[in-house]
Design a protein around this ligand. Structure first.
Ligand code: SF4
Ligand code: SF4
Length: 222
């Protein structure tokens, strides 16, 4: 899922400083699961905005709402139920949601309430870790299912850099050297020889370096 974190309240207050009626809009997708932008976080942020503005001597009304997803055109239309009740939206969806609202509602002011962090998973209660960088050309079949693009600090494709110590990455002791883990795991699953395969120079154009990407499925388009 997409992992996000709420922006600092002072940053959000700065964005909405001229607004008098604010729709704080959650998303029931990834940001609900990672506790960044679901109903509970909408309620908390709306309250923080009111209090923050009050401290600055400004009066603001907040409306609280959530969409099933903000990354789907059909659900964005549901924003219209609040038409006239707001002059700015603070979206608590990931950046996709903010973009979708901006794309589909050209005259609406929309601001990001969260920082979209990465594609990851819940490793423990309250802990999320990055697992995939959405590179568009997955190599997990060659690396024992562990991602060198997202999880190696240098995104190395041909083994470790040589800086790791005791299985930890040279950038920080808290970070595993994923190439050590790839090596160990390939050995455990009987595929140690894969470490000797030289990966060719990688074409990073699928990773977004060639501009915004699109997936078009002929079997699903009408
Ligand atoms: S190789 Fe690319 S697609 Fe596969 S997990 Fe890593 S970043 Fe994601
Ligand atoms: S120590 Fe390992 S994870 Fe860290 S940059 Fe080097 S190869 Fe990558």
């Amino acid at each position: 899922m997409i992992i996000a974190e709420r922006k600092p309240i002072n940053e959000i207050l700065g964005m909405v400083r001229d607004a008098e009626k604010i729709l704080v809009l959650g998303c029931r997708g990834c940001v609900t699961v990672c506790s960044a932008g679901g109903d509970r976080e909408v309620e908390i942020l709306a309250s923080l905005i009111r209090l923050g503005m009050q401290k600055q001597g400004k009066k603001v009304e907040t409306v609280e709402g959530s969409l099933v997803r903000q990354c789907d055109k059909e659900y964005i239309d549901e924003i219209d139920q609040w038409t006239g009740q707001y002059d700015a939206i603070v979206s608590m969806a990931c950046g996709v949601g903010v973009n979708f609202i901006a794309n589909l509602r050209p005259t609406v002011k929309v601001y990001p309430g969260v920082n979209t962090s990465f594609l990851g998973g819940s490793a423990d209660q309250g802990v999320w870790t990055e697992q995939c960088a959405g590179c568009g050309n997955c190599v997990l079949h060659l690396t024992g299912g562990l991602c060198p693009v997202a999880r190696c600090a240098k995104s190395l494709m041909n083994g470790p850099c040589g800086g790791s110590v005791n299985g930890r990455c040279e950038i920080h002791q808290d970070v595993e050297c994923i190439w050590q883990s790839i090596h160990d795991r390939l050995g455990r699953i009987g595929n140690a020889d894969a470490m000797h395969t030289i990966a060719p120079i990688r074409d990073w154009s699928t990773a977004g370096h060639g501009g915004p990407r699109k997936v078009l499925r002929d079997d699903l388009t009408v």
